[in-house]
Design a protein around this ligand. Structure first.
Ligand code: UD1
Length: 342
């Protein structure tokens, strides 16, 4: 079985590639290296003792995408990560996001339609729910108007796939709506590499702990939650990676009920920002320098998943605790600094 992973050198993609190689899939990675580095391939090789095939490809280049599929007719499944993901940047430069996240999806689908049978996994996000009215959030919760062009690309991306699946029964697709992915492979050899100042909580915490940032700002302590800080469902990236392999098997073994399905991928447990900070301190024995500041625009109060569909229908469940995820993030952070200094 040959699986194409687009954006396979990025944070989530690289962990999925490791899971696929460990399950003996043949993997071909395409990535334009816009938000990743070629060194990630070496990390994957050290972990798995084998390398995926790799091709530098920018999916915005329609002709190059077409040419790639002409040369690779034997692809059994596609896991599509290649996309931009910074909320603030998407507000500043919406067209970049529509080009990167929507045009590329259209080109990919056009090529998949030429194959006799195709299987696709799409990276979606819990951002499609906005502030859900009911917690935990089930897949039938209404999709709320997007807060940013980034969020909109996830909603529109799902709609495009749904529309194609309605008329093309040779395409089977699953959208995985990720909650908050954190952590890294236990080896600490691959992980999340934010460009510039991290926007997400856990990279900001680890960079503060290691001395790269002076202080973590906690955005708001006046939310109606357990301690006033916002609540999210933080999922270990290895659990998330495993969810992709389980979803892929569902596609390949034709276990689907309809040809486009959607699953929440989270732990089912909400943690507040302060709980994450305290758990990190417990896991590392360090004291984190933080202060409370104003709420961040666009943040929701609380979001955590009802994972029953993924548990009961797909047969997947998260295994790792928040502490284990934070320990792995810390190991990766320490390795990243050591690699920089050597
Ligand atoms: C963010 C994106 C979301 C995207 C997800 C991908 C926004 C508004 N949302 O989700 O669309 O799908 O990343 O992982 O950017 N926090 C701090 N201090 C920090 C950073 C974060 O207090 O320096 C808080 C936030 O206010 C939030 C929580 O930590 O309550 C998690 O933040 P983050 O990691 O950025 O994820 P989301 O905002 O949930």
């Amino acid at each position: 079985m040959k699986i194409l992973v687009t954006g396979g050198l990025g944070f989530i993609g690289s962990h999925v590639v490791v899971e696929l190689l460990n399950k003996s899939y043949d993997v071909i990675v395409v990535d334009n290296l816009s938000n990743s580095t070629i060194d990630v391939l070496e990390g994957i090789r050290t972990i798995c003792n084998k390398k995926p095939e790799f091709e530098k490809l920018d999916l915005r280049d329609k002709l190059a995408v077409s040419d790639f599929f002409v040369r690779n007719q034997d692809i059994n499944g596609v896991i599509h990560f290649a996309a931009s993901k910074a909320v603030g940047e998407s507000v500043e430069n919406p067209l970049l996001y529509y080009e990167n996240n929507i045009n590329t999806l259209v080109y990919l689908l056009q090529e998949l339609q030429k194959l006799p049978k195709s299987n696709l996994i799409f990276s979606s996000s819990c951002t499609v729910y906005g502030q859900a009215d009911v917690l935990p959030i089930t897949e039938s919760a209404p999709v709320k108007p997007a807060e940013s062009p980034y969020g909109n690309t996830k909603q529109v991306g799902e709609e495009i796939i749904a529309d194609v699946c309605k008329v093309d029964y040779s395409l089977n697709a699953i959208a995985l709506r990720y909650f908050n992915p954190i952590g890294s492979h236990h080896s600490g050899l691959i992980g999340e590499l934010p460009l510039g100042t991290p926007q997400n909580l856990v990279p900001y915490i680890t960079q503060t702990a290691i001395g790269q940032r002076e202080q973590l700002s906690i955005f708001g302590d006046d939310y109606p939650t357990i301690d006033g800080t916002a609540v999210r469902d933080y999922i270990h990236v290895m659990d998330l990676a495993n969810a992709h392999v389980v979803a892929l098997e569902r596609l390949i073994k034709h276990k689907m009920v309809v040809n486009f399905e959607t699953f929440n991928i989270g732990t089912g447990t909400g943690s507040s920002v302060l709980e994450v900070v305290k758990t990190f301190e417990k896991a590392t024995g360090l004291e984190l320098n933080y202060k409370i500041v104003q709420r961040r625009d666009g943040d929701v109060t609380a979001a955590y998943a009802d994972t029953s569909r993924a548990n009961n229908i797909m047969g997947w469940k998260s295994k790792f605790t928040l502490q284990e995820a934070l320990e792995s993030a810390w190991k990766w952070q320490q390795n990243a600094i050591a690699a920089k200094e050597s």
